[in-house]
Design a protein around this ligand. Sequence first.
Ligand code: BTN
Length: 252
Amino acid sequence: SPYLKTKFIGRNYLHFESISSTNDYAKEIAPSAADGTAIVAEEQTSGRGRMGRYWVSNKGQGIWMSIILKPNLSPNEAVKLTQVAAVAVIETIKEIADIRSGIKWPNDIVINSKKVCGILTEMNGEIDRVNFIVIGIGINVNVQNFPEDLCGKATSLSIETGKILDRKPLTASILNNFEKYYRVFLIDGFSSIRNLCKEYSLTLNKDVKVIINNNECIGRAVDIDDDGNLIVVFKNGEKKTIASGDVSVRGL
Ligand code: BTN
């Protein structure tokens, strides 16, 4: 692709007309795949979202993509890549569709309160070091109609812009932006992208419902710290550091 400006992200590029899930396939081939391999499918027959949810991935209507990474990171560091990817997607949406979107901490990209993109980061490895990481990115690009249960909750770039968008430059731009922030993250750590995460955050300074061990607590999200954790102050004044993955956070 003439649009791809990366050194290694997406340089090995596998494209499928139809696949069960790019994340599943990525995990299968990851042990022998090159660092930065991208897997893109026109359609997923069992696209997966977080918490075992289904991800609607119809033919030609979105970017259904997974990126395989093999850094020297612990799982605790690796989960932060979800937010690195989110920053990349936000900047791509601004660049290509000229729309401002935001991050519902830590991994949903939202436009006008509706979800346009979800990120599913999975990994395999030991407690101190991952073998590989798979970043799954699903962007609703040219979707016109969502199933009933998603109506009012999901949107697409084409619904928001009124235009059908070419997915090739979009895909390349995500890979370009992801490589840029991924390298910054590897060299300088999460703190180097913290300000962007805060700037794009739709969760900060809002009330959130946090579910910790099946208990619902309501508090206010006051900060995202140098490790990418959400700082929440609860009604009783207690301040808690919420790591992504530990809990479910919902806006109110
Ligand atoms: C979520 O918001 O719950 C995460 C959605 C992630 C969807 C993407 S599409 C490409 C990759 N393959 C999958 O099966 N899921 C991710």
